[in-house]
Ligand binder design. Structure first.
Ligand code: R5P
Length: 291
């Protein structure tokens, strides 16, 4: 087994290769004068490879790099598992409005055509649509690993889910942190603006609130949830999410809402957060798939 680290592996390739006792080769990339990317995978002697390549911003470049790496390994007769810690285009899993393309299916079909036989990703927003992939699918759960760090960092905590859909994550995180959890009700208007309604139990007064979520994208959800927690008497508000996509002014929104600490994983790089390496969760998932 060999680990092949793409340029968007965020250090996970290094720790994963150590954890599974496999050698690591780093992919080399360059650009043609017109901006197209060129990929070179150094020679290695193995018949099975785990490619580590996340597909965060710039999504198309990172995705295409992954496809090029896979194509080259197939040409060498290597069996491929792709570890795609953040899977871009996975949130459009149906046509929300008539005529919209279902991007997750397109991505999964491309992976298959590129010769990827097994796919591992981390806390996708919904896992059901990934079953469209014709091959083995493993889903790593990074919440416990992130919650372990939160536990060591925040005193007198309460965990909050920013919407009902986040309840399972909050419950699991609270179990690890060893505290209460609750959720609020979130509504989005037609333009995507978030408003928060009421809590379902849980007392925020004088507590250090940690809002757990799978992903922070525009930051609107955490911004409104944090404001709500302060209105309800929270002493401090921090947030922990697996994928810190942090699009546009997300960071400023969180700062302005009074969020003091941001915890996340190395599925996506983000310089203003406390980043936790979740390679152990990937290693566990590989073992679970028998790879
Ligand atoms: C939604 O159900 C998700 O769990 C996240 O809460 C959401 O995607 C975050 O998006 P944003 O940061 O744009 O509010």
């Amino acid at each position: 087994m060999i680990v092949v680290g793409g340029t968007a592996s965020n250090g996970m390739d290094i720790s994963l290769s150590k954890l599974i006792g496999a050698d690591l080769v780093k992919v080399e990339t360059s650009k043609f004068p017109d901006g197209e990317i060129k990929v070179r995978v150094p020679e290695f002697d193995a018949k099975n490879a785990v490619i580590v390549q996340s597909t965060h911003f710039p999504q198309e470049k990172n995705m295409f790099e992954l496809l090029l790496i896979a194509q080259e390994l197939v040409r060498r007769g290597v069996n491929i598992t792709a570890v795609v810690p953040y899977l871009a285009y996975a949130r459009q899993n149906r046509s929300f409005y008539p005529g919209e393309a279902v991007s997750v299916n397109v991505v999964l079909d491309m992976f298959k055509v590129a010769g990827i036989t097994s796919l591992i990703t981390v806390n996708p927003h919904k896992s059901g649509p990934l079953m469209h992939f014709v091959g083995k699918v493993g889903i790593a759960n990074a919440i416990d690993t992130i919650a372990e760090t939160v536990k060591k960092s925040i005193e007198n905590p309460i965990v909050m889910a920013p919407d009902k859909g986040g309840l399972v994550i909050a419950k699991n995180a609270a179990k690890v942190v060893g505290c209460e959890y609750t959720y609020v009700e979130k509504e989005r208007d037609l333009y995507g603006a978030v408003s928060i309604k009421k809590t379902h139990g849980g007392d925020f007064r004088d507590k250090n609130v940690i809002i757990f979520d799978d992903i922070i994208s525009t930051g609107g959800t955490i911004e409104q949830a944090a404001r709500y927690a302060f209105d309800e008497g929270a002493s401090t508000v921090s947030t922990a999410a697996v994928h810190l996509v942090m699009a546009g002014s997300a960071y400023e929104k969180l700062k302005n809402a009074g969020v003091t600490r941001i915890f996340g994983s190395n599925t996506v790089p983000f310089e203003h957060a406390e980043i936790i390496d979740i390679a152990p969760d990937i290693a566990k998932t590989l073992t679970g798939l028998g790879i």
